[in-house]
Design a protein around this ligand. Sequence first.
Ligand code: FE2
Length: 339
Amino acid sequence: METLREPQDDVGDAEAFFEHLIAPVSLSDFFHMYWDRRPCVFRGPDGVADAILSLGTFDKVVSSSNLKYPFFRLFKSGEALPTCDMTTECQLAVDREINIADLNVVYSAVAAGYTLELQQVERTVSSVRSACDAVQRYLCLPVHAYAYFTAGAEPGFAPHFDTHHVFVRQISGRKRWRVWEPSRRFPLAQDYAPDGDTVKAAISESAPILETTLQAGEGLFVPRGFVHEVLPDEEHSLHISLSVTPLCWIDLLRAQFRRAILDSQDDPAYRKRLMRPLREREYDAPSAEFSSLAEKLLGVYSVSEAKATLNRLQRDTLPSARRPRLAEIDTRRKRSASG
Ligand SMILES: [Fe+2]
């Protein structure tokens, strides 16, 4: 296996990093042709994968970060290894125990063909956090990172679709991808049925629309809903997936109505019993009260209200990119004492 240089902590400017991530595709082509529309392969300039993660860093996280379930999982042909088989009790003190990964089991499982998945790697690797922050700042959408290592000949997961968009980067080794048309167009989180009957039907009735082998450094974009299968090649593979949670019109509508309910629930007009069922002719000449409340409800749809709700929604769903640093604690304390 090759040794890659250690990634840096900061990937720099958010837009420049995103442009680099999708190169050689331009920003305008990406948003017109691929974003939430079609999968796309990126065989741009080197450097992006190196900036995000290296095999050495991944190895270090596995061997020395006290991995806990479910931040790590092991899969083979769609079956997960049970938690109790891959964790061990660690005695922290006489009265304190914690379950962490049993590394002997993890390494044996990987040698036996299991795919090792690390979830939300941005929590433990600063360069991955920096990449997630950059994509998040550019797209104004929440981003999480998942890394997958395999040295086996069998796939980790059955063909499936995700309800988020995925920017894949091959970090080391190589891997084959097959992508089919969506089994469900624009799926929402509640549609998550990753390997259900619709997926089986989608892959049995049609040929893949994209088949490719990603080499180290290359990337792929898989929009939500597109069924995909990842097949190991003859050598090991480490790839990272930056998963982007979409913000949809239905989210805005939901937030808008939630807001309207909160704003109206103390208004006596809305707390009164609903009028008796209207007779058909009364719909044509509704009472003044009915008209006024119905008009107020229509206000929920106003453009300025929707813009304000969207701002709040984005602010509330994006985690803060700024992480506290213990090395700065003395300076901050002095600043708050003097200020
Ligand atoms: Fe997936």
